[in-house]
Design a protein around this ligand. Structure first.
Ligand SMILES: Cc1cc2nc3c(=O)[nH]c(=O)nc-3n(C[C@H](O)[C@H](O)[C@H](O)COP(=O)(O)O)c2cc1C
Length: 215
């Protein structure tokens, strides 16, 4: 398999070209491209760098069929060579915090004082989330998914952001049926689109963008 990556599009070009893709060609994604996509996805920022995402790449035919059924038989999951399931672990940080702090220190990003502060502040903040316990890690996962969509576009691939699926069934597919700490943020099929999609356009900015206060 070729390790050659296509010349990437610039970020503005990738943003402008990205379109929701409902049907993919069967062409597989080269291994080197997939590896690059994963690295760019998890380069996303997250609250306190806790990286709550747990990303499952579904490509196995039987799993893909089950995921398609969980997504109301939407054709993009059925046809994409791989669908990224963005799950989150609501309490994963409890197990990974020390590793996160150690990495930040080793890379010189955080000094001893910052580490000591984080060691107290992070558990305090996380425990104060209460009814936002799902919302906060899901925000992080959606940022990572946005990285993936733009990275894919930049490398000549296409994507679809997806809310249309049944959470319990998606959890079953990824082997998390009985785990109450796992929530599903988003599904994102990735592949080479068949080009049969248009630009749905946007509302006029006067309705959605304001200076200083809502209009
Ligand atoms: C969070 C989110 C969830 C979405 N869920 C679905 C979905 O389940 N199925 C689908 O066909 N499109 C889905 N879409 C795609 C939107 O319909 C699409 O982004 C919108 O029409 C704008 O088109 P564009 O992505 O080509 O700019 C979703 C988009 C977002 C951002």
């Amino acid at each position: 398999m070729s390790t050659h990556l296509p010349r990437p599009l610039s970020v503005p070009d990738a943003i402008r070209r990205r379109r929701t893709t409902k049907k993919f060609k069967p062409d597989p994604i080269p291994e080197a491209t997939l590896k690059e996509l994963v690295e760019l996805t998890i380069a996303a920022p997250s609250s306190y760098n806790l990286q709550p995402w747990r990303i499952v790449m579904v490509s196995d035919p039987a799993k893909k069929a089950a995921l398609t059924a969980a997504a109301w038989n939407q054709p993009q999951v059925a046809t994409a060579p791989v669908t990224f399931v963005f799950a989150v672990d609501l309490r994963g940080w409890e197990k990974t915090l020390e590793q996160t702090l150690k990495t930040g220190a080793e890379l010189g990003a955080w000094n001893e004082k910052t580490i000591e502060y984080f060691r107290t502040a992070i558990p305090f903040f996380q425990k104060s989330l209460t009814d936002k316990l799902r919302e906060y890690p899901i925000k992080d996962a959606l940022i990572a998914a946005t990285h993936l969509a733009l990275a894919a576009e930049s490398l000549g691939l296409n994507s679809t952001f997806m809310n249309g699926w049944k959470e319990e069934e998606v959890k079953e597919v990824i082997g998390a049926r009985d785990n109450p700490d796992i929530a599903i943020a988003l599904l994102m099929p990735i592949g080479y689109g068949d080009g049969s999609y248009g630009n749905a356009g946007r509302l006029p900015q006067e309705l959605t963008v304001f200076q200083n206060q809502l209009g």
